[in-house]
Design a protein around this ligand. Structure first.
Ligand code: MIC
Ligand code: SF4
Length: 634
């Protein structure tokens, strides 16, 4: 009666009971890091004092911070390469591709567990792996051989019926699922795909779906491992990595949904949330300034072959800038060898190397008030680098046809042949550098030590530093983009930008008051795995967040950084609090699940609760996970 999720979790269970809602810990087989979260992760790994990583495979990718407009990013890349070499981590050089795409091509295996310091790590769920995004410290701990702690998830059955019709793609499936479940519908859950429709989807298509499962807030998403998985692995010269995996026929699920692929239409996520879904037909004719194709969601060889076939013999509309980035060097090289790249270039597209690029605001910000259609996974406010821009998320097919027409267009009305899986992928692992275990770690001046918190105090008397609404993203808390990302290794510097896009005075206010609270509503901290969204507020003196609910990774990052995440019991209490109100929590005893908060400014009080596990309480008592682990090593 087991779901596929529970079968894989059972094989990796270290502690706890496989019962939804119970705390468990699992063994991690593989890890991945990327450069923007990796420098912190490896500083933490160094602090853990091991001699080499204990996983089956750990890979360090450079794909985010790739504009080198100063020494900072290049120094980070050098640090990452030398630290990987010392500890036995494979280093994927800048230009080799986006972590999730390269990991899928070269490392992901069905039935394995993968922990990655990037929220889109579930991409490898398309291969039948349990692949989970986490903060850098959790990934460092997994590299050091420690089990990963999580709440045992509920499992959703997402049954795919029928087959995709012309012009409708895997991206439209996940946009439909986002319409059904919303950006918080997956919290505490794994989305498991089943049904006859699964067979019609190749591994890259499945991975588009599991990648964007991150936008549901899900712990991860997973597909069975079947003949299509074997096909992909064989063509990647990795047939020996295949095992067949599926849920039992009588598996019991916590929730069940059906998506009918036969009737599915091209979809689009409207500004500024991936679950703000409409059909392309509803918005057809919208004038477009920019089209961006790429990102870890939609930059496989198959996706970009489809795009090249649409563009072939056509020109990009005179008022549109079409920019394309490639998932990996394998993809780019294969497109070049088969002539598809020439069709893309001839159409007037602009090309970027195989990196995240515009998806994380590394260049290509749209014009003021610009309409940008993107095949990416996030359209959070400000993420593109242009505050007034409107970002729409959609399939490569819809993007390419719209780039030619100059207006949002339905790809079903355009004649083209969808790209297929090639007979054989081009294998060249020369940019995956194998470790030599040489101790020659090089650090640039922008790489500052990892910040350490102090144990949680008995009493907290502090003011409210910010009060925010529902679905605050990590991009709101700790913006990215070409100007801020170079400070990912320097918490003091990057903390100046916390909440800067929605509240310019936040950092200075925190500096003035030295400590404070954050007040929020539902799904606080959705989006990225960046620990910086916890570490930088911690550096500014944030001690406690009171919210309606949290996104999984950010909640864990708060705890790992020694910040107390609490929950409103009565949502009306939120309304009674104002900016700069002074709140007092006396006698903080986390063995009790409720805490009384006195609002000294208003002369009132209210009760909040917490849902911390014993392990998490212990972390907070130590002032963060690193302190706890260090104390255990003594
Ligand atoms: C993202 O897509 O938001 C990122 C940039 O890949 C992040 C990681 C980061 O902030 O470095 C993520 O998804 O975790
Ligand atoms: Fe990179 Fe964008 Fe994927 Fe994040 S979502 S890993 S920034 S391509």
């Amino acid at each position: 009666m087991s779901t596929l999720t529970y079968k894989i979790l059972k094989n990796h269970l270290v502690e706890g009971e496989l019962k939804a809602g119970s705390p468990i810990s699992i063994r991690i087989d593989q890890t991945l890091t990327q450069d923007a979260t990796g420098t912190m992760a490896y500083l933490q790994l160094e602090a853990l004092g091991i001699d080499k990583v204990k996983t089956e495979v750990s890979v360090s990718y450079v794909d985010h911070n790739t504009l080198q407009s100063g020494f900072e990013n290049a120094d980070d890349h050098r640090y990452l390469q030398t630290v990987a070499d010392k500890y036995g981590v494979i280093f994927s050089k800048c230009g080799n591709g986006i972590c999730h795409q390269v990991h899928l091509e070269r490392f992901a295996k069905p039935g394995k567990t993968l922990l990655g310091s990037d929220s889109h790590t579930p991409t490898a769920g398309g291969m039948g792996a349990i692949a989970i995004g986490a903060g850098g410290l959790d990934v460092a701990c997994a590299m050091a051989g420690r089990a990963f702690h999580l709440v045992c998830p509920k499992v959703i059955k997402m049954e795919l019926k029928g087959e995709l019709q012309h012009g409708v793609s895997a991206k439209d499936i996940i946009l439909k699922v986002l319409e059904i479940l919303s950006v918080k519908g997956g919290v505490g859950k794994v989305v498991e795909y089943t049904g006859e429709g699964v067979k019609s989807l190749s591994v890259p298509e499945r991975s588009t779906i599991t990648n964007m499962g991150a936008e549901l807030g899900a712990t991860t998403s997973v597909f069975p491992s079947d003949e299509r998985t074997l096909e992909f692995l064989t063509k990647q010269h990795r047939a020996e990595d295949f095992i067949e995996l599926k849920a039992d026929d009588d598996a019991v699920y916590d929730e069940e949904y059906v998506v009918d692929l036969n009737t599915l239409e091209p979809m689009v996520a409207c500004p500024h949330s991936p679950d703000n879904i409409k059909t392309v037909k509803e918005l057809e004719g919208l004038k477009v300034n920019q089209v961006a194709i790429g990102s870890c969601t939609n930059s496989s060889f198959t996706d970009l072959l489809t795009v090249s076939r649409i563009l072939k013999g056509h020109k990009v509309h005179k008022d549109v800038s079409l920019v394309m980035s490639f998932g990996s060097r394998q993809v780019l090289s294969m497109l070049s060898k088969c002539g598809a790249l020439a069709d893309i270039i001839d159409s007037g597209a602009r090309l970027i190397e195989a990196t995240c690029g515009p998806c994380i605001g590394m260049g290509q910000s749209p014009c003021s008030d610009g309409i940008s259609l993107r095949t990416f996974n996030r359209n959070f406010y400000g993420r593109s680098g242009t505050m007034s821009a409107s970002i729409y998320l959609l399939s490569p097919e819809t993007a390419a046809v719209s780039a030619i027409k100059g207006v949002l267009s339905d790809p079903r009305d355009f004649d083209f042949v969808k790209g297929e899986i090639p007979d054989e992928y081009l294998i060249d692992d020369s940019m995956l550098i194998k470790p030599t275990y040489t101790d020659n770690v090089l650090r640039g001046p922008n790489i500052k030590p990892f910040p350490i918190n102090t144990p949680i105090e008995k009493e907290l008397d502090a003011k409210v530093m910010i009060k925010v609404e529902d679905n605050i993203t990590t991009d709101h808390i700790m913006p990215a983009g070409a100007k801020i990302l170079p400070y990912r290794s320097n918490i003091e510097k990057i903390s100046e930008f916390v909440f800067s896009q929605i509240d310019e005075g936040f950092a200075n206010r925190c500096k003035e008051h030295k400590k404070g609270f954050i007040i929020a509503k539902e799904n606080y901290g959705q989006g990225s795995s960046r620990e910086h969204a916890a570490l930088a507020p911690m550096h500014l003196g944030i001690k406690c967040v009171i919210a309606y609910s949290y996104a999984r990774i950010h909640r864990q990052n708060l705890i790992n950084s020694g910040i107390l995440p609490t929950l409103f019991i009565n949502h009306e209490d939120y309304d009674s609090i104002d900016l700069l109100d002074e709140l007092l929590i006396e006698d903080i005893d986390l063995s009790k699940s409720e805490l009384t908060v006195t609002n000294k400014t208003k002369g009132s009080s209210f009760v909040v609760k917490h849902d911390l596990t014993d392990e998490e309480i212990d972390i907070l008592k130590h002032g963060g996970l690193l302190n706890k682990i260090k104390s255990e090593l003594i």
